[in-house]
Write a protein that binds this ligand. Structure first.
Ligand code: NI
Length: 170
């Protein structure tokens, strides 16, 4: 078990486009485990590999942490194969964007194809929180943060707040 530090915006590494995983091997499984440990340590519900500085298309998520049970899943090379026209709005936050939460509108339902930790192709249809979180985490793989969905003014205010917090933290 290794908890790795989470990158905080603004950080140019968070803008990198992550590379596809070629083989789901022991190294990738170890990466996913470290990501899950880092996510739980930071009290998050989802994490993309780039958030611990690894530009690979790997996401971990646990939306159901009731009673302290750990039930995380990994999504490797996830792709959206269909998105609904209807949208849903959720208040989002991000471990790399501390102290900022705001509404983001995204397709309400998606179909997603990914590899699990055994390298098996899985297809799911997601709605609600799962659809939103998958899209939020998949954005990270493209170097996109949820604040990039804000209006221009709101985004620049958020960036200023992040820069200031980073300066204060040294
Ligand atoms: Ni995030």
């Amino acid at each position: 078990m290794t908890v790795r530090p989470i990158l905080i915006a603004p950080d140019p590494r968070l803008k990198a486009v992550s590379e596809p995983v070629e083989t789901v091997d022991a190294e990738i499984r170890k990466l996913a485990e470290d990501m899950a440990d880092s996510m739980y340590a930071a009290e998050g519900i989802g994490l993309a590999a780039i958030q611990i500085g690894v530009p690979k298309r790997v996401i971990v998520m646990d939306l159901d942490q009731k009673d302290g049970k750990k039930n995380w899943r990994a999504f490797i090379n996830p792709k959206i194969t269909w998105a609904s026209e209807d949208v849903a709005t959720f208040e989002e936050g991000c471990l790399s964007v501390p102290d900022i939460w705001d509404d983001v509108e995204r397709p309400a339902r998606i179909r997603c194809e990914y590899l699990d930790l055994d390298g098996k192709t899985i297809q799911i249809e997601a709605d609600g929180m799962l659809a939103t979180c998958l899209q939020h985490e998949m954005d990270h793989l493209q170097g996109v943060l949820f604040i990039d969905h804000f209006s221009r003014l709101k985004r620049s205010m958020a960036l200023k707040k992040l820069e200031k917090a980073k300066k204060l933290a040294g």
